[in-house]
Design a protein around this ligand. Structure first.
Ligand SMILES: [Zn+2]
Length: 273
């Protein structure tokens, strides 16, 4: 395929779990989606947090530690390199909470819209203020052992929004927010909650003249509907994925293979660098 990417005025990328699979992140598929005998739906809901915030924070502490042990791969890096050369009118929407896009992009060339939240943020349950927070409060054995991970970059840690700049009060081993002295929760969209920044995303999809979906299975809505939305507003659509996805009729070009190989190839064949 030889698309001339310079010809497009507004390019929107969407990424899903497939772009991070080659970074070694455990997707729970090997354990039937269970974590310590809990279904995801039982540790990633507002109800679970009310019932047992420590259990939920043990789960998210583990996920922060796992994310910190993973590294951005060639697909994450190729997107940043493209944004650097292109400078404007490139947007990135991600379903991933793993912060690998941020870590591939220390200079903020392509800040992602994290529609499902991100593991390096927490928020006050009372007023909704969002803080950078890259602490794992529990270790992998489940013991209380607060430790910084590497999920926040230096400028985030230097900002006034970095939670651990404050002298924090604790309740049941978990920090209380500096703003309201209320419990903090992971800034993650849980089951039954509405994804973030949807109006901004809608606008991008309506305006895009090229939409590229990378590593999304096409099974999680609303993101699974983005190909159709972009296509019906006139965008050309490309899908890069390891296997075919159900939305084939909305895809102009399907590129099959692992993201870390196919994403750099896509930019090379489009002669952008
Ligand atoms: Zn607050």
């Amino acid at each position: 395929m030889d698309l001339n990417l310079d010809a497009f005025k507004s390019i929107v990328f969407l990424t899903g779990a497939g772009i991070s699979a080659e970074s070694g992140l455990n997707t729970f598929r090997n354990s039937n989606g269970l974590w310590e005998q809990h279904r995801m739906e039982d540790v990633a809901t507002p109800e679970a947090f009310i019932k047992d915030p420590q259990l939920v924070w043990r789960f998210y502490s583990m996920r922060r530690l796992q994310a910190a042990a993973a590294e951005p791969n060639l697909a994450h890096k190729a997107l940043v390199k493209f944004a650097e050369t292109r400078k404007h009118n490139v947007s990135l929407i991600t379903q991933n909470v793993d912060v690998l896009h941020h870590r591939a992009d220390q200079l903020d060339h392509l800040p992602p819209i994290c529609m499902h939240g991100s593991l390096n943020q927490s928020r006050c349950t009372h007023c909704g203020v969002v803080y950078f927070d890259d602490y794992a409060y529990f270790n992998l054995k489940g013991d209380y052992a607060p430790q910084s991970t590497i999920l926040c970059n230096a400028s985030e840690k230097a900002s006034i929004d970095y939670l651990h700049h404050y002298k924090l009060d604790y309740k049941n081993f978990l920090p209380l927010s500096p703003c309201c002295k209320a419990e903090i929760r992971p800034h993650i969209v849980w089951f039954g909650e509405i994804p973030l920044q949807m109006s901004k995303i809608d606008k991008l999809l309506n305006e895009a003249d090229l939409f590229v979906s990378i590593g999304t299975s096409g099974s999680v809505y609303p993101a699974a509907g983005f190909l159709q939305t972009a296509k019906s507003h006139g965008a050309r659509t490309v899908c890069i994925n390891i296997e075919e996805i159900p939305q084939s009729k909305w895809i102009d070009e399907f590129i099959q293979g692992p993201a870390s190989v196919k994403v750099p190839e896509f930019f090379k064949s489009s002669q952008v660098y």
